[in-house]
Ligand binder design. Sequence first.
Ligand code: TXA
Ligand code: MG
Length: 328
Amino acid sequence: MNTRIVEPTPEIITLLAKHLHEGGLVAVPAETVYGLAAHGLDADACGRIFAAKQRPADDPLILHVATTPQARSLTRWNDAAEILAERFWPGPLTLVLPKDHAVPDIATSGLPSVAVRSPQHPVFRSLLETSGLPLAAPSANPFGYISPTTAAHVLQGLDGRIPYILDGGPCPIGIESTILDLRDPAAPKLLRPGAITAEDIAEVLGTPPLIGYQSPADRRLAPGLQHKHYSPRTPLVMVASPPAALAKDEAYVHFTPLAALDYPANNCRALSLDGNGEEAAQKLFATLRELDQAKLATIYIENPPPQLKWREAIFDRLSRAAVKSNAR
Ligand code: TXA
Ligand code: MG
């Protein structure tokens, strides 16, 4: 199969909407990361997502919708969902709710609940609006690898496995959506941290959500999140302070300014220098991918500092991708 990167002209959007109605796959830009989209109510189309990504069947998909009424029709909606959607949609917040029977079991890995979100990216929205479909879309990468934040990243991972990549430029946020479990609206549970933080949610609901992603037992609440994830092939080691020395085939990724150190030129990457979590998140996956391609022995990465904005979300991605070390 030939994979084409296409620009989001009105003609292309119409063509891709038709392709989705026929059960095909399209990689699409979201404000978070690129997604691999298919008709969310078509079990065969959803099956093609799992096949293209080589994703395990026990890792459920997120259904993307254009509007809140569409989300209501796919779920058993509740008041907490209503006020959160009103405040944060369209945007990087995914809500887990009891599912309607129209949602195929393959999309939810057989669970009686479904994850829904209304994305903000204008290109994704135009495809949702033109097709009129709920679109199932996990991140558009081979399972377990670093999530894609440009069309070129999608091509690197899925060339020959999907027909179309819709190019919307680099993803502005750069990390996946926050996932909030609202099956019990009286006890909302954060399953994956993201750009919408626990504090943002607490402000709207009046009480903070339970934090459901910290222990391995908690992680089982969010099927799929217990898998190793976001991982470069190069060993990634999280460190509390800069390594004393850096070999030619080692890199150091940092969030705080470096004192003058005798490191080889070109082996350091700053994700932010002033605690700017937005900038760090936006660069995170592209930086890891670039360094992974350099075939290094080790990538060291600074433990994100406490004052970094979106620290929980960035730390979550790194801790799933990295081994921790106290040795250096
Ligand atoms: O930002 C994002 O969320 C991106 C873009 C494309 O929207 N999508 C994304 O999808 O990150 P993915 O497949 O990487 O993450 C889906 C995760 C699953 O691994 C699982 O943890 C959670 O969503 N999930 C989906 N359905 C669920 C359910 N019924 N109950 C609990 N967790 C669920
Ligand atoms: Mg993913």
